[in-house]
Design a binder for this molecule. Sequence first.
Ligand code: NAD
Length: 369
Amino acid sequence: MNRYSRRQVIGMGAAASLAPFLRLRAAEDGGKKRLGVALLGLGDYSTNQLAPALQQTKHARLAGIVTGSPDKIPVWQKKYEIPDDCVYNYENFDSIADNKDIDIVYVVTPTGLHPEFAIRAAKAGKHVICEKPMAPTVADCNRMIEASKNAGKTLQIGYRLHWDPYHIRLMEAMKAKEFGDWKSISTANGSVMRNFTGLNAWRVNKELGVAGALYDTGVYCVQGEFYGSQMHPVSVTATKSTERPEHFKEVPETYEWVLEFEDGRKIDGMASYGKSGNHLRVETEKGLLELAPAYNYGGGPRGKTPDGPMDFPGVNQQALQIDGQCAAILGDKPSIVPGEMGCRDIQVLQGIMEAAETGKPHVFGKFPF
Ligand code: NAD
């Protein structure tokens, strides 16, 4: 059974006259403050995952929207009872600084736009949740981290799998060396993209999608490589390839890479818009610890340990993630998915890009996390 109770629905008719009272009630839950979240970028992920998840959270509520599409405004306002003064476009968005009902701006635009919006949100004095992958470059990540630090606000990444029971099981087993140390790890995240227009166009555009599948789906592999190994790699070798050049003019279709560790152990990874793959396999001293599929939401991952199949109930990863992130803010506790972690992962992705470009190993510098 779902562990979340649905947020009480407030009648539309009374909304105007009772607005201040209703807003107060919406922001409180049993005397505890619920943080107001404004979704910035109302595309597929906001519409179909994050906004519905925000109806199930206990520490957060959907309080505002920021959009460049005026036609979406009445639909969202009606569906989620968002008052006029909590609706922004990309031009007037900085005035969100004056809105006491909004505590967090959740940046859900194409990757190339994450830095601009995350920095503007921080400068407006808001906490930021930024979707994955954090930003095009490590330099962008550092600017985002600095902006949030200067504002005295948190910056967290939308890494939903840190709240998924299958991934938590794998992370904890590897941390505790429950099945001994790892011997090798293999991971892949790819699917065959068939639509290259409309909402998918930015994913194959260098400025907005950076490196295509490597950034979009490969960031999950990099995450899995870190929590599977519980170590940092020293170098990476990589290749890139494109089977359908007519669609992949700016970014490669597929990246494959091998991370190498100080003691010679290796992890191989693959991210693609042309090949399927969805696994995180850790060969341990006591056998295989595997998630396959690994990186889904909705149906969720499946997995097994050397002791047998994992069997966890399905969860709403996004609701758990947002609640966990809000709990960290409300409790003044460090985030488990801070900007520095997002930056670390971008450092690996940039290293993979460079290794694929040069054909030579990329040696990593010091990691920030
Ligand atoms: P999408 O294309 O459906 O939506 C992108 C939104 O950004 C749209 O509303 C679009 O109007 C807006 N936008 C603003 N400026 C734009 C521009 N110049 N070009 C194109 N769009 C522009 O994409 P999405 O799938 O919702 O992805 C958005 C973000 O969410 C990305 O960072 C993506 O990686 C992330 N995401 C995360 C998950 C996850 O599981 N955590 C899943 C899907 C997407």
